[in-house]
Ligand binder design. Sequence first.
Ligand code: PLP
Length: 379
Amino acid sequence: MKNASTETWVVHGGEITQATRDLAPPIHPASTFERAADGTYPGKHMYSRISTPAYEQLEDLLRRLEGGADAQVFASGMAAGSAILQALRAGERLVVPRAMYWGMRNWIVHFASAFGIGLAFYANDDLNDLEAQLAKKPAKLLWIETPANPTWDVTDIQAASELAHHYGALALVDSTIASPALSRPLSLGADFVLHSATKYMNGHSDLVAGALIAKEDSDFWQRVRFARTHAGSVLGAFEAWLLTRGLRTLFIRVRTASSNALRIARELGRYSGISHVLYPGLPSHPGHGVALKQMEGGFGGMLSVRFRVGEKKARDVAARLKIFKRATSLGSVESLVEHRASIEGPGTLCPGDLLRFSVGIEPVDDLLMDIDQAIEARC
Ligand code: PLP
């Protein structure tokens, strides 16, 4: 395995380490571990909120996938984001994109005001605006989400990370949508990668998990580790096992979802009732050029459309879809559709005429047939 590619490591779920030579790793549910008579811990672990064998193989895989020095799994993507926020000190400043996952944006705004963190917003695809925000006052951390919910705006990771470093900030990329199958932010200069591992990393809509990967050890990373241990946002042993299993098919799932999404995005352009098809794989998308540069093997399974005829028609189309399931979340094997504005609720920044599709790995002709029967009669 030593010289094998990361993809082979992931397909194998890591190195076989058990004396019994299991091809599927065991589940380690223990919360506590025996101490030797001399007071040491021969099994290396003391208490599973602090460290557990349940994460060892998984965190090693995540670290390899992103090319980092260390990885931590969390109880959810939000918990991973919270650990980053908890690592900030009152008075430090955070620069975040205008378009990003709604739940994280709300939590950041709430957290920043409650804990005295300075906050500035930048337009996702405007490096001049980003530089202006970074130059205004010293910032501790730049937050990037690319492609970003729900319009899939693309941020140039390399250029944005360089700007962050130039102004003395660290750069974090929420790479949930691209996943390491398509993009490796640490190799483009970012310091941290965040995943809602609930999505593509697991891929089966059967667990909630998060992950952070650090390019190198640092004081800030140690603060993040401290936050997980002490805030206690740890993942269950069974979820860690499920996530390790889901990861084994990451590349094949993401490639299939990406090629399905590209085909669907192209076909959606044919419907006169649709005013915008938002997908970074289309040359018409403003972020296409940057996406080509920093995504390899596809543009992901997420796309959105906007309807000329407005919100009611968007909701009607969602109601008529049969194979695409009406459900929140994304990145699973089955295709989903969401009317984001009504999911996000009052105060949403999402246009009411927008439907968000998480394209799965079903045969693409089935998905196209479903879209056609739902849209044709409506637009
Ligand atoms: N980041 C992105 C881009 C997401 O889409 C989500 C959830 O939808 C999260 C973070 C939060 O992850 P979780 O739901 O696992 O807490």
